[in-house]
Design a protein around this ligand. Sequence first.
Ligand SMILES: [Zn+2]
Length: 433
Amino acid sequence: MNSRYLRLMCVLVAIAWHALALSQEYLRIDSGRLNSTMETMKSFGSNSEGGSARVAFSAANAEALDYLSDLMSLAGMTTEIDFAGNLIGTLEGQNTALPALITGSHIDTVPNGGHYDGIVGVMAAIEVARSLSDNNRELQHALEVIVWSNEEGGKTGSRSFNGSIQPRELDLPSLGERTLGEGMAYLGGNPQRLADNRRDPGSMAAYVELHVEQGAVLDDGNIEIGVVEGIVGIRRWNVSVEGFANHAGTTPMAQRQDALVAAAELIIAIRSHITSIAGSQVGTVGRITAEPGAPNVIPGRVLFSLEIRDLSMDKIGSLFAGIEGRAAQIAATTGTTIAFDQFYESPAAPTDPTLQSLVAAAADELGLSHRTMPSGAGHDAQSLAPLGPIAMIFIPSADGISHAPGEYSSPAEIAAGANLLLHTLLRMDEMLQ
Ligand SMILES: [Zn+2]
């Protein structure tokens, strides 16, 4: 081989290498096509208020899944409906020894919901798969795009992967006309074999979900991307305040044991305690009843709910301890007894710190502004946390409106999120080998 020929070969290899690097860096989703599939999705279950009534296990839900299955086939994916009624599209990877990368979200809505919550993550994931196929860009890992069933009715599709669905739940009503078990079967699943849907820890390389923020932090701050630190944990308590019911006309003010006055003081104290410490924790009293509930009787008993959310369960615990302390003081000064009974807990699901950095680096590469933030709402991603590292990407929700027909994210915001999802997956594919 003469030296001229060798030099030519070197130049050609360098050009090919450069082109490969460039094609990866400049690989983009087809934003026009993504906008068009987002528009088509609106037709499945749209209601007279301009919103979506595509509740889980409805006919509109099933029709939309047929459409998505066709789109997945166009992306070169094999498709199946699993036992829980999840639609799974798989793009084979080059290295079959590696566990799959998973992305996805949900397309079921609340009864009068919007066209973006969940849908953005699904349509973007399918568009990413189509873009990879169109550009002959084969990943090392298999890529699974999963349309989780029944997110709004208890995340039962994604929870089937971690095995946390109790058999009695199958007989409970869903948001539509079918029970959970009937709904799974209606979509093509098999509730009798739900246990076989469970996947083992370590069986996935990583999970990443793109979702609308459902709050106004990004929109208010003019920030394009939220890098999610985790999905907050939740604890809820029933709070009872026992006083003494007595005649509202004959009992002097100084002699009253008014349970409602004590409850009112405590509710204000809860707000001041939650806001007295730096952080993004939230506390809410959302329900209250007073007994006996007559205009001429001093309330003898008040029941209300308390909910605290934060990324740290320890912080929730210490906030609650502080509230208990305030309650003891209020009980002493008002002559009442105050008791707390915890009835619900959803553990916090932190996202993987390395994947957070990876998402942020991919956003920088794409020139997208970003900030880290917690997710105050629950998502399918939290169900996947026991199986491997998870990540979430938020895009802005106009005015923070969600679970309502006014929900909106612009085509440009959705395209930016989809391109970030694409480049996050490309980076994950390289890093997690
Ligand atoms: Zn959602």
